[in-house]
Design a protein around this ligand. Sequence first.
Ligand code: FAD
Ligand code: 2HG
Ligand code: ZN
Length: 464
Amino acid sequence: MDNSKHLDYFNTVCSPHSIISDSKLKKSWGDDWTKERKSGPNFVLLPQSTEEVSKILKYCYENNLKVVPNGGRTGMAGGAVACDDEIVISLDKMNKIIEIDTVSLSVCVEAGVITQNVQEQAKKNNLFFPIDLAAKGSCQIGGNIATNAGGLKFVAYGGMREQVIGLEVVLSDGTILDMNSNLRKNNTGYDLKHLFIGSEGTLGIITKARLKLVPKPRHLNVSCVAFEKFDDILSTLQQLHQKNFSLTAFEFFSAKAHKITKAYNQDSIEPFEKSYPFYGIIECDGDTNDSQLEEFLAESFENSHVSDATIASNSQEFANLWALRENISESLSNHGWVHKNDITVSIDKLSLFYQELEEFLTKKNHDFIDVILFGHVADGNIHINYTAKKTVTKEIFLEEVKKIEQETLHLVKKFKGSVSAEHGIGLIKKDILALSRSADEIRLMSEIKKSFDPKGILNPGKIL
Ligand code: FAD
Ligand code: 2HG
Ligand code: ZN
């Protein structure tokens, strides 16, 4: 590609220091957490306003240049991966919180704002932004919307789709689509903003968003609970619902997940004297000095659903218990090779699904691959991570993983589940999209893609 002509034009459009074409520097963009595919974009543009994004896309459209939107690059499906002649459009410099409205309970932000900054601003205004994930310090609101992120508090508040009131999006030809109203109700035809939520940068570049805020929880009580059997986790979840607990999170992780997390985090606590097959993190909203959760756990211990439990009594203990769960992904990355399935089945089928999963994993009992389970159990979402020490090559690891993964994914299909609960399809899950979507659904998706991006310049080769 003749870069000099294009770079000359982008220099007239972008603010100073907003173009990266140096080969070393641009290596930091055009990649995400997966690291499974080759990356390395042609160059990187860092626009500072919607108008700049619009001018860039108009030029790219006219000159058939392919673009890949980049948020915080914490994605787990290869959606932000760019290489060869692709241009990265990074939202890093569009990171302002524009307005917090404490009457309508909403916040208007630029798409590149870091998720944790929105949480903190909400807190300062005595409000709460409920999208919460271990990547919160790096991921961006635009990336969260483009992937329809789920996260740790989905059971109480839903995912990113549930938080979006309005959006501003730039289309592939540079048109600015302003759907960024603060209307809570608006039934005037198709609600187009929803198409962009979860579209992984394939239909338009999200530049601004208005998001819901909610009242701050009164007092979060958190406990770590030990379980002997997977079914005990589900019985405990059912009991919590039955007893009307205001559940804000219910996460689980296996003994292997805990062991690896402990090995790579010196400060990690050991919650119990002995090890158990499963652990849960249960968080509920209540009053300060609320004994309801303690009483519930004591009762569950009596009837043997719970094998042990501990409740955080101060903010340090609260953080220590959450760290047991939040540090899992990072620890796995430090441990060795990792390949991930992010699956979901309906909660009423989760017990049977788990039983069959365990049966075939036990039969396989691979000599160098470990299977680590954790995730958002209250949403039916299990993260299945396959890992091996780097004593084997990446190629051998991936070849072996594919064999095990095939069985896992067909089990998910048998249970009418989804092969991507919250991470999206991106580049690395394209081959398995048809396991969870019908041919008619995929055909309609392709037609939508064509009508929004007729020249196919937006994040080419992702999802479809
Ligand atoms: P990126 O990785 O940069 O991009 C993701 C996709 O969105 C790409 O296709 C990209 O092209 C597109 N995109 C980015 N910005 C825009 C934009 N402004 N306009 C249009 N398209 C755009 N995910 C969960 O759902 N739940 C979790 O609990 C969770 N926990 C995580 C924990 C860790 C430790 C890590 C590393 C990741 C976790 N993730 C989780 C995955 C990841 O954080 C989310 O998918 C997140 O939403 C990605 O945001 P990002 O800004 O990093 O996007
Ligand atoms: C989480 O829930 C993320 O922590 C990451 O979705 C899951 O690493 C994973 O498989
Ligand atoms: Zn998750």
